[in-house]
Design a binder for this molecule. Structure first.
Ligand SMILES: [Fe+2]
Ligand SMILES: [Fe+2]
Length: 405
């Protein structure tokens, strides 16, 4: 697809020239060319393999994704001649905030990192590495998308374009910081390789807006919740990266606020029955994906003293409340039925994973999967059809970007 290629080219150039992503600085470490789901490679590499470990990219439904979109449609949406709803003064104000660059000097490491990493051993070490990989991949995915949007919108709307470029600066910092975290475990993600080898999911612009708004806000709530928990329970502070989450999550919050300004400028994505259906759909996919992912990794959350399901429900409820300020409809996640359905999905997902672990031939595995997938789909549909909460701000003027603490 042309749009995918366009996305890949400039980035691969960046990834080989930027000090943030250059692997040469990890010369003595193992460079890992893999997706965030290929644990076996991590294990092999962590055991001390000196050569770059090369493996096929494993795509799963729950792995962090890379996105691409219809850039021509994006250009039309941000053309001030065509779209009279674009409030340029609001975007100018947001641009000034991004230019202020509050976190310019925030991401500075110290020797505590390596010392802490050396003390993490046993199963927690592996799960920690996976957490760093997945987070790095997710941050890097934001970097790629925003970088390309910054490039493509330069002519049509230079202010919006510059904001995208500055957001890609933030995401590059986040991904780079996580990748340096991997170096404490003698590993490094080969982001240049990932850029080229990973499949890109195509979303139309309006879906990019819903999905990225939600992922920024859910990212904010995840980081701030972990930060606050570890501040109150310092005995679980086993790796210093979490101490950086307080300022870090404000970047994500700002990114989310920019997307709500973008959505406000496109009222057609917010004000009809289709917008309500899509809003609920994206809320459901984002919440379910996180819940199923995290429930497969309870060792990580328990390792830092959290109860996985309680943590996730807190994040879902807070994200949903924030999202209700802009989306025209959200899910009733505080209804106990919603959590019951999520827990049922976790059970079914565990059975699906167990089928994958058996020694059956692929055909038998697939036959065993059919009723489970049907059960999962029916739980998803039932959760989707629960009576929603009508939301959104009718008077958009009162919605202003703000810091949430
Ligand atoms: Fe980020
Ligand atoms: Fe972000």
């Amino acid at each position: 697809m042309a749009t995918e290629m366009a996305l890949v080219k400039p980035i691969s150039k960046f990834s080989t020239s930027s000090p943030i992503f250059s692997n040469s600085r990890y010369g003595k470490f193992t460079t890992v060319r893999m997706s965030s789901t290929s644990q076996s490679t991590t294990k092999a590499a962590a055991k001390g393999g000196k050569k770059a470990a090369k493996t096929a990219i494993k795509e799963t439904l729950l792995a962090p994704r890379f996105y691409t979109t219809d850039f021509d449609e994006m250009e039309a949406l941000f053309n001030t001649e065509i779209n009279k709803n674009l409030n340029q003064s609001e975007f100018e104000a947001l641009l000034q905030e991004f230019k202020t660059d509050y976190n310019q000097t925030h991401f500075v490491r110290n020797k505590e990192f390596k010392e802490a990493a050396d003390k993490i051993d046993g199963p927690l070490r592996q799960i920690f590495v996976e957490f760093l990989e997945r987070s790095c991949t997710a941050e890097f995915s934001g970097f790629l998308l925003y970088k390309e949007l910054g490039r493509r919108l330069k002519k049509t709307n230079p202010v919006v374009a510059e904001i995208f470029s500055l957001m890609s600066r933030d995401e590059a910092r986040h991904a780079g910081f996580l990748n340096k975290g991997l170096s404490d475990f003698n590993l490094a993600l080969d982001l240049g390789f990932l850029t080229k080898a990973r499949k890109y999911t195509f979303f139309k612009p309006k879906f990019i807006f819903y999905a990225t708004y939600l992922s920024e806000k859910i990212g904010y709530w995840r980081y701030i919740t972990i930060y606050r928990h570890l501040k109150e329970n310092p005995e679980y502070q086993c790796y210093p990266i979490f101490k950086y989450f307080e300022n870090w999550c404000q970047d994500e919050n700002r990114h989310g606020d920019f997307f709500s300004a973008l959505l406000k400028a496109q009222p057609q994505f917010l004000n009809d029955w289709k917008a309500k259906l899509w809003s609920r759909f994206f809320c459901l996919s984002v919440y379910v994906t996180m819940y199923l992912n995290d429930c497969q990794r309870t060792a990580f959350y328990e390792g830092i003293g959290l109860n996985t399901k309680e943590f996730d429900m807190h994040v879902i409820i807070e994200t949903n409340r924030t999202t209700a300020r802009i989306f025209p409809a959200v899910l009733d996640v505080e209804n106990p039925e919603f959590k019951r359905r999520l827990d049922k999905m976790v059970e079914i997902n565990e059975q699906l994973l167990a089928v994958g672990e058996t020694s059956d031939i692929p055909l038998v595995k697939n036959l065993k999967r059919i009723p489970l997938i049907a059960a999962l789909a029916s739980e998803l549909l039932a959760a989707y059809l629960m009576p929603p909460i009508e939301s959104g701000s009718v008077d958009f003027a009162e919605f202003e970007p703000q810091l949430v603490y």
